[in-house]
Structures are given as structure tokens and as C-alpha cells.
Design a protein around this ligand. Structure first.
Ligand code: FES
Ligand SMILES: [Fe+2]
Length: 400
């Protein structure tokens, strides 16, 4: 297995949005609803899921890094064995950011009064101001800690529902679901990632990710397509747990991995499946005989008005093709930058809180996203079942 610890293209490319790989592939079906439907992003963030916190290679052993997820400050580090951890970046004594302290021997020491905390559990291990006969039960004090795992070049953190305001922390419960991971279909493969900050709410980031109609206007390049290449498309979608799937199909001839895969396999042997699942994940799998390409893109809420898109891709192509991987990275990076720039401009327009609309069919995936999100929030609020917004497979048609 090849696991490049450094992806040289990841740091330079601080920019892009999301339908980079398949600009036109996520769409939803027609319905009898009104063609214009008011559904505006509400910027609510979903707790109870795993989120990508930081790229693995940005956290060195012995260092403490501040990060933010869902407006929660975190300190992320790595123990002497290399295992990542994440604590709330606030000392339970008087709130000093723990990221201002130091990390030593598996413990984080606060820079203010030197309280020490186990890096993985957050349990307090020492309060230096105590004298011998002072019986404070130090081991009952906890800094907030989060389940933390490393997968596919990123440190992931499980963000549980927040406790009542002002409540302290106790031992963190383990995450109830496994950490998301890119499926791999061979022993040997390559992997790389791109990341970009977006000046908008997670909702705008996500609906931009699944928006099929911007391709001909945003993603123009002489080697790719022009706005005149716009044509009608039809795709089938089906519900999956907490999400929806664009059913396996021969991919859009506009998609980058598809163009590259055609170098390896007959066009009709290539299939692609694209899933969106809550809270923020778009996964794409393209298979062509023994060759494959898989990606997992997430749009992570940092604050209410800021999010970050991270795309991680793994593939077993190009092993014999000079510059194959570089070519793929180039294509990705180009899309990302086009998307990022577009969202930057859009955020200017959104500052003045304009009226927005979503239309059928091109914006149907966005409507499903809001439906999924509402169903999740409703389930959390009132208990009961998750009421999936899609009750059957649907076909969507649009031009892009
Ligand atoms: S604020 Fe952290 S030890 Fe006092
Ligand atoms: Fe795009």
C-alpha cells in the first residue's frame, strides 16, 4: 500500500469547491411540486457525526495544533506512538486554550497553572498547586475529549451533541459509528488530497458540491469543455440510509476520471456510483475492470459562515503511464480553483441576504439535502424514525 505522507499539491491548492470530479453528475428527479421552491440554507450544523479536522501531515508528533469544527475549538495532537488525539481547546480550570500549552509524555499541560491532562481521555492527572493534605479528586476532572481516528490522510474527529450550556466534561463516550473511509479495490494504490477554505456556510458549500448545472459556465477549459457543450442528461437516483445515490451508470463523458479511464478500458465497461450521505459526504467510485478510482469529498462546517472542502482520492491507475498521477492532480486542482473562485464571488452576493430559489430538476439534489437535514434534526428533536425525503427511486433530467 502506498501512503504518501506528503502530498505536494495539497498545500499550494488552497482553493476550490466541489463538483470537481464530476461536475455534472449529482442530480435529482422531477416531481409534481412547484417548479420554484423556497428553500434557503439555514447554516445549522449537524452534531453526532465524524468530521475531518486536519490533514494528517499538518500534525507532527509532540506538537499541539488548534482547529475548529462546528464552532467548537479543538486542540489536536499526536502521542509518542503517533496516535492522534483531540481535546476541547479550553482548560476546564479557567479556560486557557490548551493549544497554548505543551505536550509531554502523553499528557497536555496547560500553560496557565500547569494542570495536566491525559491526551486521549482528557482526564486530569495533576494539579500542581495542591499541597499534600488537600484532597481535590483530580481524576474526576476532565478536559473535553473527542473520539479521534486517522483515515486516508486526515485526522477525523467525532463531534457529539453538545451538553447543556455551562456543563463540565466527563469521560467521552466512544463514537457510535465507524470512521468514514475510502473503499479500496486493490493492494496497491495511490492517494492524494486537495483542501480549500470556502467563505460560506456549510449548506452553500454542499449544494454547490452537488450542483450539476454550473459545469458549462464555471468549468470551461479548452481541453475540457466550453459552454456550447451543454446537453440534456438523465440520471437515476435512489434513497440510501441518510442519503441518496446516483445509481451505477456509465459516467458522464465530461467527468475527468472517466476521460482518463477510457485510456484503460472500453467506455461501456466503465461504471460509476455517486453517493451523498449526511452530514457532508460525497463519495464516488469508478470501476473499469481491474482499474478503479474512488474519492471521498467532505464539506466541513468550521463556523456558521465558513466551511472547508476536502477531497481525498485513491486510485490504481497510471502505474505505467508517465505523469498520469500528475495529470489527474492537475485536472482536480483546476476544478477546485474554479469552484472556489465562484464561491468567493457568490459569498459577496450572499452578504446582503438575497431571496434564493431552487428549481427542478437541476436543484433537486439540493432539495433532498435540505430534506435529509431536516429529517435528521427532527428525529433528534422528537425521537422516532428518520423520515427519508426520498421514498422511491427517481429520474432527474437537466441540461449541463
Ligand atoms: S487555566 Fe489551565 S491550569 Fe489554570
Ligand atoms: Fe464545480
Amino acid at each position: 500500500m502506498e501512503l504518501p505522507s506528503q502530498c505536494p499539491w495539497s498545500r499550494e491548492l488552497r482553493a476550490w469547491r466541489f463538483s470537481a470530479i464530476l461536475p455534472c453528475s449529482l442530480l435529482m428527479p422531477m416531481s409534481e411540486e412547484s417548479p420554484l421552491e423556497k428553500q434557503t440554507p439555514d447554516a445549522l450544523m449537524l452534531f453526532g457525526f465524524w468530521y475531518r479536522a486536519l490533514p494528517s501531515n499538518s500534525v507532527k508528533r509532540g506538537e499541539l495544533r488548534a482547529a475548529m469544527l462546528l464552532e467548537q475549538p479543538l486542540v489536536v495532537g499526536r502521542d509518542p506512538q503517533g496516535r492522534a488525539f483531540a481535546l476541547r481547546d479550553a482548560c476546564p480550570h479557567r479556560g486557557m486554550p490548551l493549544s497554548c500549552g505543551r505536550f509531554e509524555g502523553g499528557e497536555v499541560e496547560c500553560s496557565y497553572h500547569g494542570w495536566r491532562f491525559d491526551a486521549h481521555s482528557g482526564q486530569c492527572t495533576a494539579v500542581p498547586s495542591l499541597v499534600v493534605d488537600q484532597k481535590l479528586k483530580v481524576d474526576r476532572i476532565y478536559a473535553g475529549s473527542y473520539p479521534c481516528e486517522e483515515r486516508d490522510d486526515f485526522i477525523w474527529v467525532f463531534v457529539p451533541d453538545p451538553g447543556p450550556p455551562g456543563a463540565g466534561f466527563t469521560k467521552a463516550a466512544p463514537a457510535p459509528v465507524p470512521t468514514p473511509e475510502i473503499p479500496k479495490f486493490s493492494e496497491r494504490y495511490k492517494r492524494a488530497y486537495l483542501t480549500a477554505d470556502l467563505p460560506c456556510s456549510v449548506d452553500h458549500g454542499i449544494i454547490g458540491l452537488m450542483d450539476p448545472a454550473h459545469g458549462p459556465f464555471v468549468h470551461q477549459a479548452w481541453w475540457w469543455r466550453s459552454r456550447h457543450s451543454i446537453h440534456e442528461k438523465q440520471k437515476n437516483f435512489e434513497p440510501i440510509p441518510y442519503g441518496f445515490r446516483m445509481s451505477a451508470h456509465t459516467p458522464s463523458s465530461n467527468s475527468a476520471p472517466y476521460k482518463l479511464l477510457r485510456l484503460y478500458a472500453k467506455a461501456d465497461s466503465i461504471t460509476t456510483t455517486i453517493d451523498f450521505t449526511l452530514p457532508n459526504m460525497r463519495s464516488e467510485i469508478i470501476r473499469a475492470g481491474k482499474y478503479w478510482f474512488a474519492s471521498l469529498t467532505t464539506v466541513t462546517p468550521i463556523t456558521r459562515n465558513r466551511c472547508r472542502i476536502d477531497v481525498v482520492a485513491a486510485w490504481n491507475l497510471f502505474r505505467w503511464m508517465p505523469f498520469g498521477a500528475e495529470l489527474l492532480k492537475f485536472v482536480f486542482a483546476k476544478f477546485v480553483e474554479q469552484d472556489r473562485r465562484t464561491m468567493e464571488m457568490q459569498s459577496e452576493g450572499l452578504k446582503h441576504n438575497p431571496h434564493l430559489m431552487l428549481i427542478d430538476d437541476a436543484d433537486r439534489p439540493a432539495k433532498w439535502y435540505f430534506g435529509l437535514k431536516n429529517a435528521y434534526l427532527e428525529m433528534k428533536r422528537n425521537g422516532g424514525e428518520f423520515r427519508h425525503p426520498l421514498d422511491r427511486p427517481v429520474t432527474l433530467r437537466w441540461r449541463s
